[in-house]
Design a binder for this molecule. Structure first.
Ligand SMILES: *[C@@H]1O[C@H](CO)[C@@H](O)[C@H](O)[C@H]1NC(C)=O
Ligand SMILES: *[C@@H]1O[C@H](CO)[C@@H](O)[C@H](O)[C@H]1NC(C)=O
Length: 257
């Protein structure tokens, strides 16, 4: 994991096409076209349901933030999920094959969640950063782009949080779209997924569908894929406790037209 990460960051730092792995640009200029992004698959026995053929992909984001959990007793089989706080960054234009994307292939693109998780400071206001205790009255710093590997600038897109009814909300504030959603289906993250700085493992992949609460704008379906970190600790280890675990994930946002 560590060597793979260093390799990817080296690639990011060398945006100019100086490495042997870069293709000559002359072969692609005349045939340059925007690829149709394909939702990743876990490769396992369980997949999240594919988007319907009529679904229109609006954005691909990386979310970087915290998953929040609680254990009431040490004997509880798993911690209960309370919510999440994450900043969303727009990686749509980095999709491999998109003209102007400095990422050369799918591997570099898929590595973005790990790159965020291990090399980008959590974009959260903390009362205790070492223990991942967020300032929940004012959790988010002012909107700002992310910079990875020294020179990959990724635009701010919006925020992910749970609303006053504990319903997951994705507010893509820079483009005026919102998704208020609930879980429709899930699939375990692949065995090799990034376990994250807390070492607890990667949260499941999800298909989230519109909540019917009347709070969405222009979005109907959200996928969480290529997750890194975010799983809870065992309640036997923490005892009764409420705490947060850092994570990163891709979110794919669709409208059903
Ligand atoms: C986690 O959930 C608890 C209980 O709802 C809440 O008090 C705390 O502020 C939450 N922390 C974060 C980081 O969301
Ligand atoms: C929701 O999940 C069920 C069970 O996997 C699936 O049959 C259904 O197609 C999903 N809904 C959408 C909108 O994909």
């Amino acid at each position: 994991m560590v060597s793979a990460k260093i390799f990817v960051l080296a690639a990011l730092a060398t945006v100019a096409c100086a490495k042997s792995r870069c293709k000559p640009t002359s072969t692609s200029i005349s045939s340059a076209s925007v690829p149709t992004p394909t939702l990743p698959s876990t490769g396992g026995s369980k997949e999240v349901p594919a988007p319907p053929p009529t679904a229109v992909l609006k954005k691909i984001a990386v979310g970087h933030g915290l998953q929040n959990y609680t254990c009431t007793t040490a004997s509880q089989p798993t911690a209960a999920a309370l919510g999440a706080l994450a900043v969303l960054y727009d990686v749509t234009a980095l999709y491999p094959g998109t003209p102007g994307s400095p990422l050369k292939d799918q591997e570099d693109f898929d590595a973005l969640t790990t790159d965020f998780l291990w090399t980008h400071d959590l974009p959260i206001n903390f009362v205790d950063a070492a223990a991942y205790v967020a300032d929940t009255t004012n959790p988010f710093p002012a909107p700002a782009e992310a910079v990875l590997g020294g020179n990959l600038h990724i635009p701010f897109l919006g925020h992910h949080y749970f609303d006053f009814e504990a319903i997951p909300m994705f507010d893509l504030s820079t483009i005026g779209l919102k998704a208020s959603v609930g879980k429709n289906d899930s699939a375990p993250a692949p065995a090799g997924a990034d376990v994250g700085p807390s070492g607890t493992g990667a949260v499941a992949w999800l298909q989230l569908k519109e909540s019917g609460k009347g709070r969405s704008v222009g979005l109907d379906l959200v996928y969480r894929v290529i997750t890194a970190g975010g799983n809870p600790e065992s309640c036997a280890v923490t005892g009764p406790a409420t705490y947060s675990i850092p994570y990163s994930a891709f979110y794919w946002f669709y409208s059903l037209s």
